[in-house]
Design a binder for this molecule. Structure first.
Ligand code: F6R
Length: 607
């Protein structure tokens, strides 16, 4: 949730670090800070967005060539200058930026305070810098290693010492760190997007590893000081993936990238001649998939709604018993995990702490654990037995859009793959594949309505409450549409299974509580039309998302958004797009910070 960037080389560190922080800001953004080695070292922290720090740095930072910087999303201690990173030791020589949580910080703080260390912040992180100070005997790397052996919890961190100019020590356990190696310069960051502008040669640290960076060089050891040999790999994303281009917001850019994202998600994965999906990442576990009887899907937020969609998709296409569970609740359930149980973790970032904890629990109990992840090389991708990448490309906007659309596209492919080895016919498989391939152009058609949806948003954006309803495949889309409106436009919105409406929420309906009904002409069309009538009878205003050419809704609804026809299982991949646009336009019209909604972070690495 927080971001780290570190640099040692020949360029002015402040430029590299501020640019890196801006690229990481989407991960968390309530305060930030920077330390540059100079004589004396330069150290500044500010509350608010990176722009605040940038102003300070341009005003008074020296042009040193070594430094670390951090953008924070508060967990322990409110956003304040004192709580922002980097933290500093008592001698004023050691600087440390940290992502993750130090679980035994209270005990360590007590011990360090008793031996005379002075704490300046309320954070768990600060114990680390004092612990390193207490163990430092002239070798920074050794002190960091020793300190980390005494720490319980997770960390991705970067440390500087004024007595070791040119050297940066980084380490990781449970919170990513990637090294970037250039000519006579080295970088480290919590996310490769901060490095892509400078180098495409990267090295991913594994858990419990420590790296020493010097200009153009690196060495890696384990916490126990065993040397690790690892070559750099070439980064696949270019720096342009992090640019907004002519779009006013990353979220809009990412909504408009969805046709290509779906094309990428499908590329090489469609086997027309067999009417089946081809997912190379699952080949190694083909036999266990064949024996599977029970599927449990774990995920959070938007990825959880993708999981809810998958429950319907797998139940439609396979004979598996399917459950979808919030990753944060998974550990509280006494699920009967057997040899023939498959657990599927879905995550855009691949770093979500709850999802990671759920998959570790499932592994412990012997289940086959699969991943559907967007970020290549992320922790979830590495810890699952096998999996599939969603290939949505970097998603910077905090609200998930293209990653959701690619997730539900690939979940359909996964269900089809398993269904075709069970009881789905070639013809049924081939029909779904043809439908999938029509999606990119159909999404392009929907995107052409963006201006019309903005006008609709103008009409509705001042309402304080919304109800979103859908049935069957569209129920998860109602939940997702409502989440988008809540998180970026700060409008209270409830997603409901349409059939549940009369069991409570209908009491809320009045002219000031509009409903967004997702009603493509599918198998549940008649039933949801009855629900719309019930709302109408109570003077509720209704926007309907329906299939093109449906004139039957008539005066039953106030406004209509049309989407093209496709197989009913695939309609969610279309109906969600206008809901994303509606939330986006409402947010812009209400003056909200669309790409960085308040209190949220892109990657939620705390439980
Ligand atoms: C909402 C959103 C979040 C994430 C959730 C899980 O737009 O983005 O609800 O879906 O935090 O994140 P991942 O998918 O990275 O595990």
């Amino acid at each position: 949730m927080c971001g780290i960037v570190a640099y040692t080389g020949k360029q002015s560190a402040r430029e590299v670090l501020i640019d890196g922080l801006k690229r990481l800001e989407y991960r968390g953004y309530d305060s930030s800070g920077i330390a540059i080695l100079n004589s004396p070292p330069y150290w500044v922290r500010t509350v608010g967005k990176v722009a605040e720090l940038e102003q300070r740095v341009w005003k008074d930072a020296p042009s040193g060539v070594v430094g670390i910087a951090h953008t924070r999303w508060a967990t322990h201690g409110k956003p304040s200058e004192n709580n922002a990173h980097p933290h500093i030791d008592c001698t004023g020589k050691i600087f440390l930026a940290h992502n993750g949580i130090i679980e035994n910080h209270l005990l360590l703080r007590k011990q360090l305070s008793a031996s005379g260390h002075t704490f300046r912040s309320e954070t768990d992180t600060e114990v680390l810098v004092h612990l390193i100070e207490s163990l430092y005997k002239g070798d920074l790397e050794a002190a960091v290693r020793k300190a980390l052996l005494r720490v319980q919890g997770t960390f991705g961190l970067a440390v500087l010492h004024a007595a070791h100019p040119g050297q940066i020590i980084v380490a990781r356990r449970g919170s990513p760190i990637v090294l970037g190696i250039g000519e006579d310069e080295s970088f480290a960051a919590s996310d490769a997007s901060a490095l892509a502008r400078h180098t495409n040669q990267v090295v991913y640290l594994e858990d419990n590893e420590v790296a020493r960076l010097e200009p153009g060089r690196f060495s890696i050891t384990t916490l126990e000081n065993r040397a690790v040999s690892r070559d750099a790999t070439t980064l696949e994303v270019g720096p342009e993936a992090m640019e907004r281009g002519s779009y006013p917001h990353f979220m809009l850019k990412e909504i408009f990238e969805q046709p290509e994202a779906v094309e990428n998600a499908l590329r090489g994965r469609v086997n027309h001649s067999e009417g089946v999906a081809r997912l190379g990442g699952l080949e190694s576990v083909q036999d266990r998939l064949q024996e599977a009887r029970h599927l449990i899907i774990v995920s959070c937020g938007t990825s959880y709604y993708a999981g809810l969609f998958a429950r319907y998709a797998f139940e439609t296409l396979t004979d598996l018993a399917v459950e979808t569970e919030l990753a944060s609740e998974f550990r509280y359930r006494k699920l009967n995990l057997r040899q023939n149980t498959v657990v599927l973790a879905i995550s855009q970032s691949g770093e979500t702490a709850d999802t990671l904890a759920a998959l570790r629990e499932a592994k412990r109990k012997g289940a086959l654990v699969l991943g559907l992840v967007n970020v290549v090389g992320s922790t979830i991708a590495r810890e699952t037995h096998a999996g599939v990448y969603s290939h949505a490309g970097i998603e910077v906007g905090v609200a998930s859009t293209k990653s959701f659309v690619t997730q539900i596209t690939i979940l359909t492919l996964m269900a089809l793959l398993m269904g075709r080895t069970r009881d789905i016919s070639y013809e049924e498989g081939a029909t779904i594949l043809r439908g999938l391939e029509r999606l990119p152009d159909q999404i392009r058609e929907i995107l052409k309505q963006s201006d019309a949806i903005r006008e609709l948003a103008r009409k509705y954006c001042n309402y304080s409450h919304f109800l979103y309803i859908g049935r069957k495949y569209q129920y998860p889309i109602a939940l997702e549409g409502a989440l988008k409106l809540k998180e970026i436009a700060y409008i209270h919105a409830e997603g409901y299974a349409a059939g549940e409406m009369k069991h409570g929420p209908i009491a809320l309906i009045d002219p000031a509580f509009p409903t967004l009904a997702i009603v493509p002409e599918d198998g549940s069309y008649e039933k949801i039309t009855s629900n719309i009538q019930e709302i109408r009878a109570r003077d509720g205003r209704i926007i309907a998302v329906t299939t093109s050419g449906n004139t039957k809704l008539g005066t039953l609804v106030d406004d209509v958004i049309e989407v093209p026809h496709n197989h009913e299982l695939l309609m969610p991949i279309l109906t969600v797009v206008p809901l994303q646009l509606f939330a986006y336009h409402c947010a812009v019209l209400r003056g909200c910070d669309v790409d960085k909604p308040r209190n949220l972070a892109k990657s939620v690495t705390v439980e």
